[in-house]
Design a protein around this ligand. Structure first.
Ligand code: F6R
Length: 615
């Protein structure tokens, strides 16, 4: 959560930082601020609201000169979103200024100490405490800024990516990282600092990703010096060549990133299986699995850990792994797993799923599993992310940047990767026949075209959305492979339209939720031909006899559900294990259209952030 951007070089810093912050708004968008140094003074402007509000504020009251500066877009942790709590924060002398992504957990005790020494605080943030601690160390120990940052960070508990600037040392920015991501873009006589590489893509493709417990002094003339925060040892900078392109991070003619990303799914799924799914040869090639095959095949069980939508993809994989590969699977919320003293052994394989690769709970759960000797395999989208680096092996989803806060293509590409893994293990274990295996490969290869076909229902889905946009509550039902899709459909609706929605296994309805059904209740039922179809049709009858409104997600050509439902949305036919890749599509589009019709901010829903780097 929170995005930070910094610039030091020959250019005007303001447009670089401002545009960079806009790209990082997926990380938080409840307030924003920028501080610039114009050669004499620091000029700081910050405000509650979005980066656009900050831009308007700068336009009104501040000049924007200066070739060094740092900026921030916030997702509030300590202190409500308001102007004062927005970053950057000054130290008491007004010389030092900081932006911070993360949480300083022991800020209260440090604040008490600083108060005793006469420091005052204007905000409720932990960040203002940190910058004053740095100032206090600098003054008392008579050290330079870099050293002061290092000493101060050795006193704090928590997570951070920070950028600190001292107006008396205008040729350098000090940055540090623990738990939250931080990249340094290396240009020609200029440096960029950002939470990810997107803010500096058009300026340089050379990036250094700081590791946890590393800090860097970024100097205009002398370059970058990286040190370990704990023992002060020097680290050789590892400069990576970025593979990202600018076109991948713009809306490309769509009204919203979410809509663009929904429509990107045919290509994203293809990119995910490209080079891995070799239908003619009848093989699946995945280096991360091939290199660790014995360990994975000999596992007692697979434990899947993830959060949110990624957790839903994990639930889908439970069905695939157990059904095809006959490996017992447990799917855990990372946040619960990490705190409940779980039984893990060296015989367990953990699969951690995360789009961003930065989710704090998932990262902590991985560390816990590793400490117990489990083998941890990552399924991430963001290349080089913390989770990708922390896991023993892994497979990227290759979905391309997902910027809309509501996850769409990440979900379907995660399912694609997990399906490939399950099929590969099933083949190795001999739990799937040769012909069945080949049939799965062929069907998987057809999925992108079928997703494309499902997307053609868009206009019809828009009309269905119009009918139900004013609902106050909605139910989503599915069985088997499509139960997690029901959960995901409900999550999509609530997070972007703020309509209360719940997902249930269809048969669970009679154990409670059926009491909610009346003529006001739209019930979205996934009722594809493969997968307990008759049972789901019976569930639909039960809803109908209680006057609920039924919207069926059905297989092309369906008759039975059509006769019962108020609306149906068709998806192409496929084998049961692959239906989630198709049934998800109309539910994503429905949520999208409802949110747009309700005039909600689709790409930046309230209270949410794309990358949840706090627990
Ligand atoms: C929902 C959504 C979140 C994320 C969750 C995990 O649309 O985006 O529920 O799925 O925060 O994020 P990652 O996958 O980045 O670990």
């Amino acid at each position: 959560m929170c995005g930070i951007v910094g610039y030091i070089g020959k250019k005007e810093a303001y447009p670089v930082i401002l545009e960079g912050l806009k790209r990082l708004e997926y990380r938080g968008y409840d307030s924003a601020g920028i501080v610039l140094y114009d050669g004499e003074n620091l000029k700081l402007s910050k405000t509650k609201g979005k980066v656009l509000d900050l831009e308007n504020k700068f336009a009104e009251e501040k000049s924007t000169n200066g070739s060094v500066g740092i900026g921030h877009t916030r997702w509030a942790t300590h202190g409500i979103p308001n102007d004062v709590n927005s970053h950057p924060h000054y130290s008491n002398s007004g010389d030092l200024v900081i932006v911070h992504n993360g949480i300083i957990e022991n800020y209260a005790s440090i604040k008490q100490e600083l108060l005793k020494r006469g420091y005052t605080f204007t905000s409720d943030t932990d960040t203002e405490v940190l910058i004053n601690l740095i100032e206090d160390v600098k003054k008392n120990e008579k050290v330079k800024l870099g050293k002061a940052v290092q000493i101060a960070l050795n006193q704090v508990v928590g997570a951070y990516a920070i950028a600190v600037f001292d107006k008396n040392k205008p040729n350098e920015i000090v940055v540090a990282k623990l738990g939250s991501p931080l990249a340094i873009g290396v240009g020609d006589g200029e440096f960029f600092i950002a939470s990810d590489a997107t803010p500096f893509l058009e300026y340089t493709k050379k990036a250094i990703y700081l590791e946890d417990e590393e800090m860097a002094i970024v100097r205009l003339k002398k370059g970058i010096k990286i040190r370990k925060i704990k023992d002060d040892s020097l680290v050789d900078p590892y400069i990576q060549e970025l593979q990202l392109n600018l076109e991948q991070i713009v809306k490309g003619g769509y009204d919203h990133f979410m809509l663009k990303e929904i429509h990107e799914q045919p290509v994203a799924i293809k990119d995910t299986y490209r080079g891995r799914l070799l239908v003619k040869e009848g093989i699946i090639r995945m280096a991360g699995i091939d290199d660790n095959l014995e360990r994975i095949l000999n596992a007692n069980r697979i434990i899947v850990i993830a959060c949110g939508t990624s957790w839903h993809a994990g639930l889908v994989s439970e069905y695939i792994f157990e059904d095809l590969a006959r490996i017992p699977v447990e799917v855990e919320y990372a946040s619960e797993f990490r705190y409940r003293n779980p039984v893990i052994t060296e015989k367990d394989v953990v699969i951690a799923i995360s789009q961003s690769g930065e989710t704090a709970d998932t990262l902590a759960a991985i560390k816990l599993a590793k400490s117990k000797g489990a083998f941890v395999f990552g399924v991430c989208n963001v290349v080089g992310s913390s989770i990708a680096r922390e896991t023993h092996a892994g497979a990227y989803t290759h979905a391309g940047p997902e910027i809309g806060v509501a996850s769409t293509k990440a979900f379907t590409t995660q399912i694609t990767v997990l399906t490939l893994i399950a099929l590969k293990l099933a083949k190795e274990k001999g739990t799937i026949s040769k012909s069945e295996f080949q049939h799965h490969l062929q069907e998987l290869e057809l999925i992108p075209d079928k997703v494309e076909k499902a997307l053609l229902q868009d206009e019809h889905i828009k009309k269905v959305a119009e009918t139900y946009k004013d609902a106050k509550n909605c139910l989503y039902l599915g069985r088997g492979y499509n139960f997690p899709v029901a959960l995901e459909g409900a999550l999509k609706l609530k997070e972007i339209s703020y309509i209360h929605a719940e997902g249930y296994p269809a048969a669970e309805m009679k154990h409670g939720p059926i009491a909610l059904i009346d003529e006001q209740m739209p019930v979205f039922v996934i009722a594809t031909k493969k997968g307990h179809y008759e049972k789901v049709v019976s569930n639909i009858e039960e809803i109908k006899s209680r006057s609920g409104k039924i919207i069926g997600i059905v297989t092309e050509g369906d008759v039975d559900v059509k006769n019962l439902a108020d609306h149906v949305i068709e998806v192409p036919e496929t084998i049961e294990s692959l239906t989630p890749l198709l049934t998800t599509i109309p539910l994503q589009l429905l949520s999208y259209h409802i949110a747009v019709m309700l005039d909600k901010n689709v790409d930046q829903p309230r209270n949410l952030a794309k990358s949840v780097t706090v627990e």
